[in-house]
Ligand binder design. Structure first.
Ligand code: UDP
Ligand code: MG
Length: 315
């Protein structure tokens, strides 16, 4: 029998886990032609998530868990999942039921046609999301698609069912600051996009603050594009043009009208403008340098504190 592995990152999900597990039991009972493995990755939760997972694994052999030694972030949790699943197929799924498990039979059916290597999901609308968050999310997707080689669909969720070959490719991308939406797009493969109506979280609160999302979007752009580095070039050209214009102006004024070469407010503002351009460019370069440094440290993406999987690996 073929096996489907479900990867479920959980961070303080004690409230939603019981709902999810009940739904998973229902859906998997319908899909009798497949074996299942549910790999819950506890991302250093501070509530009773780990205790719940221990209990669930005692009564259900399909439930496996990996618990991190601290909170490493959803990206690391997903990576731990990909590194440790054994199924012929794998799917990532949020713990809050915003990725409806009920879609699994349909997704499996599409993969089974043989036309596609993965079935990805996207929300049709951002209904129920804070307005400001939707606004920035839209700008982000438009920008990243313009500047990067990773083709990212607006509204795409991480909820995706894929074949083993795709899982292996994802595991082989071992960068530390991970941006999965970009990775999924970058590795290629034939993907079917399944749309569904946005569902609100079943219980608990979102774990993503605006600050976390902002940092994540910077990661997304820097990981898949060198376009920000070109800012320095444009600033350079702009500064050069400004300088030449000023020089011409000063020369005409001095020679033609006997005016002193330049008055100090003008001078100071030019200096301030140039310095700010240089500093801004330096900052952008700094982001890349920091990334290079972090990658060369070769630290693991996550550290396992506890697990019921004997062969679990840290990467
Ligand atoms: N999550 C995680 N680590 C984190 C933050 C979130 O593993 O540091 C998990 C969380 O438990 C959930 C999924 O990632 O299963 C998506 O998080 P959330 O629902 O809070 O995000 P949103 O749906 O609001 O974007
Ligand atoms: Mg959610």
């Amino acid at each position: 029998m073929e096996k489907i592995s479900l990867i479920i990152p959980c961070y303080n999900e004690e409230e939603s886990l019981p709902y999810l597990y009940a739904e998973l039991k229902r859906v998997t009972a319908e899909m009798t032609e497949y074996d299942f493995e549910m790999l819950f990755v506890d991302d250093g939760s501070k509530d009773k998530t780990l205790q719940l997972l221990r209990d669930m694994s005692k009564e259900d052999a399909r439930v496996k868990y990996i618990s991190f030694s601290r909170n490493f972030g959803k990206e690391s949790a997903m990576y731990a999942g990909f590194c440790n699943v054994t199924g012929d197929y794998a799917a990532v799924m949020d713990a809050d039921m915003q990725d409806p498990p009920a879609l699994l039979p349909k997704m499996m059916e599409i993969i089974k046609t043989g036309e596609y290597d993965s079935v990805a999901t996207r929300r049709e609308t951002r209904k129920g999301e804070p307005k400001l968050r939707s606004f920035f999310a839209r700008r982000f997707y438009r920008m990243i698609n313009k500047v990067s080689e990773a083709n990212i669909v607006d509204g795409a969720r991480d909820f995706r069912l894929m074949k083993r070959s795709m899982v292996d490719s994802i595991v082989s991308m071992c960068e530390r600051d991970r941006f999965s939406k970009g990775i999924f797009g970058w590795i290629g493969f034939r993907t079917y996009w399944l749309s569904f109506e946005n569902v609100e979280r079943v219980a608990g609160k979102t774990k993503w603050s605006f600050k976390k999302l902002f940092k994540y979007s910077i990661d997304g752009i820097v990981d898949f594009s060198n376009a920000p580095l070109k800012f320095s070039l444009w600033f350079g050209i702009l500064a050069m043009l400004g300088f030449m214009g000023m020089l011409a102006f000063a020369l005409v004024r001095t020679i033609g009208y006997n005016h002193p070469i330049m008055d100090w407010p003008l001078l100071v503002s030019i200096i301030c403008l140039s310095v700010s351009m240089v500093l801004f460019s330096l900052y952008i370069m700094g982001i890349y340098v920091a990334k290079i440094f972090r990658e060369t440290q070769h630290r693991p993406s996550y550290i396992i504190g506890e697990t019921n999987k004997d062969d679990a690996v840290s990467k």
